[in-house]
Design a protein around this ligand. Structure first.
Ligand code: IPE
Ligand code: IPE
Ligand code: MG
Length: 230
């Protein structure tokens, strides 16, 4: 008898890890380096962690890169972080090798409140287009993102179309395809969720670690994944 081909795995059933990448500044300060050096190392570490997450067969990795509240930081630091996001979204060759599809979520570029500059928008659009064919892990970078802004946007868009219930909000989140978060990570010892995916993480396990983001490695990810009951 001919072997039956196994059904393709349901992507939404794979593990979704959320990461609040905190502690870059403190990591740098401990080394007598400028805060910007911490952000640079944080970006490098994200690239390393993406590789590890792919190996662990994580389905969805969603990271908090920059919040709607972070714009009040010193202009120099903000400029540095913007440059790092351009670099991050420019890692297309690496992401294609890993079969990783990139997504972005944040205040829609065309909305009045959006603050993402044009040159970062271009990098984001290009990364999304150039990795759209990948079928492996989905890496979502939250930039100019705030959960409250997202929920207001979802409620308004839902109301424009009909009755507002939970399913309607779900359908109008920035990225409705994202499954619920299974485990939410926050690095560097803060026990806060800081306006990150409040709607999506309602049933999530939470992994708080003292480890600063630039040092969040395979062992740390494994500790977070161990909390997911499957
Ligand atoms: C996280 O590191 C990166 C961003 C919020 C952009 P921080 O810059 O918040 O580092 P700490 O918390 O000051 O150490
Ligand atoms: C949370 O870190 C936001 C990101 C990681 C992008 P912050 O360092 O900005 O958060 P708070 O202000 O300490 O809660
Ligand atoms: Mg911080």
């Amino acid at each position: 008898m001919a072997p039956t081909t196994p059904p393709s795995p349901d992507r939404r059933a794979l593990v979704h890890v959320g990461c609040i990448m905190d502690g870059n500044g403190r990591w740098a300060k401990r080394r007598n380096l400028p805060r910007t050096a911490g952000h640079t190392e944080g970006e490098e570490n994200l690239a390393r962690l993406v590789r590890v997450a792919v190996k662990r067969q994580v389905g969805w990795l969603t990271v908090f890169g920059f919040s709607t509240e972070n714009w009040v930081r010193p202009r120099m630091e903000v400029r540095h972080i913007l440059g790092l996001h351009k670099k991050l979204f420019g890692r297309v060759t690496e992401l294609n090798e890993l079969n990783v599809r990139v997504q972005w979520m944040g205040r829609p570029f065309e909305s009045a409140e959006a603050r993402t500059p044009k040159y970062v928008q271009r990098a984001i659009r290009k990364a999304i287009a150039d990795t759209a064919h990948n079928t492996g892990m989905v890496l979502t970078v939250a930039f100019d993102y705030g959960s409250r802004a997202e929920m207001v946007h979802a409620a308004q868009s839902a109301a424009a179309q009909g009755p507002v219930d939970e399913a309607a909000i779900d359908r109008h989140l920035y990225l409705p395809e994202l499954p619920p978060v299974d485990v939410m990570v926050r690095t560097s010892g803060e026990l806060r969720v800081s306006n990150f995916m409040l709607w999506q993480s309602v049933g999530a396990e939470v992994y708080f670690t003292d480890c600063p983001w630039p040092e969040f490695d395979a062992d740390e990810l494994d500790a977070a994944l161990a909390l997911v009951n499957r």
